[in-house]
Design a protein around this ligand. Structure first.
Ligand code: NAP
Length: 304
């Protein structure tokens, strides 16, 4: 595959950045990739496993010649990182991010950046419950959506270049308005995570069901909840705090539907339950037809 950028800098070296690095290298998408993480420990690990061509001890050193800088830190850390790197950015460079929320990142990062750089937010809709520099793998983005949220002022050539990089990783790139992105993700990712956290918390609270019973009789539904509820606490705290409006709107809808199902169970309204479950089954089929999951039991997930 053709090289898209000469020099790329990845700031933050966790799951997403490490997956980006392995995908960029495997597909020859950049000449040199520099990386920076705030802790010495992560930088050391990165050096040990060959994560990034150069691991820098200073964030300014990492970004200074980069044609593309990607912020791969939790959403709550984006503003401080953007402020720190701003003076060292090369004129004409592109700054992007991989944050799970877009409007808050646009507001946090945009104001710090100089006029002569292109800011194009992005979100790879791909992940696992693992985090840190050892958790990445080159295939993470393959056939997964990658949402770019440029605005009307964005430079079309810079957007096309960033799109080419992500397409080179195997991602399915689409463009979306930042606010709409946050609403869509509140439905498809953020609220489901909150529900999983709650369900696992509830099981933990139930004194009548022992811990060993929960583990021993864990059916696929609950096991999937525990997998999701094992996701990084910092990342998810920041997601909810920065996508407050959309998450609360979807949670309100969720609560109403839950009450309706609760009533149907109490009043023995089997028709309501049957119709509801038939409708949700069709949504699942749609996801499989769109190639976003397999029909295999246990959702066919490859255990890493
Ligand atoms: P991760 O594995 O936990 O790695 C986060 C990295 O950010 C680490 O290198 C960490 O440095 C650094 N970091 C944390 N707090 C920081 C701070 N205050 N200042 C500077 N650096 C800081 O996280 P990840 O899963 O790759 O997530 C990174 C971004 O991708 C987040 O914005 C998240 O919303 C987004 N995202 C995640 C997923 C997912 O499923 N995980 C999916 C799509 C998008 P140290 O190691 O030195 O602590």
């Amino acid at each position: 595959m053709a090289q898209v950028y000469d020099k790329v800098a990845l700031i933050g070296l966790g799951l997403i950045a490490s997956s980006m690095f392995w995908a960029i290298k495997r597909n020859g998408l950049a000449g040199e990739v520099r990386g920076y993480a705030r802790s010495e420990k992560t930088r050391e690990t990165a050096r040990e496993i060959g994560l990034c061509d150069v691991v820098c001890d200073s964030v300014l050193e990492a970004v200074k010649d980069a044609d593309l800088v990607v912020l791969c830190v939790p959403v709550g850390a984006m503003s401080a990182v953007a402020e720190e790197i701003a003076p060292a950015l090369k004129a004409g460079a592109t700054v992007s991010d991989v944050g799970s929320v877009k409007k808050a990142v646009v507001e946090a990062v945009g104001p710090h950046l100089p006029e002569n750089v292109h800011f194009i937010p992005a979100h790879p809709v791909a992940g696992t419950e693992h985090s840190g520099p050892n958790s990445g793998f080159a295939e993470l983005f393959e056939n997964r959506p990658l949402l770019l949220t440029p605005d009307e002022k964005s430079d079309s050539q810079a957007v096309a270049r960033l799109r080419a990089l992500w397409e080179g990783t195997g991602a399915l790139v689409e463009e979306m308005d930042a606010e709409h992105h946050d609403l869509v993700l509140a439905v498809t990712s953020h609220t489901p995570h909150l529900i999983a956290y709650t369900m696992v918390g509830v099981a933990d609270d139930l004194q009548r069901v022992t811990d060993s019973e929960v583990i021993k009789y864990s059916a696929a539904g609950f096991r999937d909840f525990t997998r999701i509820a094992a996701s990084d606490p910092t990342m998810w705290r920041d997601v909810f705090l920065s996508n407050k409006e959309a998450t609360l709107e979807i949670l309100g809808r969720f609560t109403e539907e839950l009450f309706a199902l609760q009533r149907a169970i109490r009043t023995g309204d089997g028709d309501h339950l049957f119709e509801y479950f038939t409708h949700t089954r069709a949504i699942r089929r749609g996801i499989i037809e769109a190639g976003q999951d397999t029909d295999a039991p246990d959702f066919g997930r490859v255990k890493k």
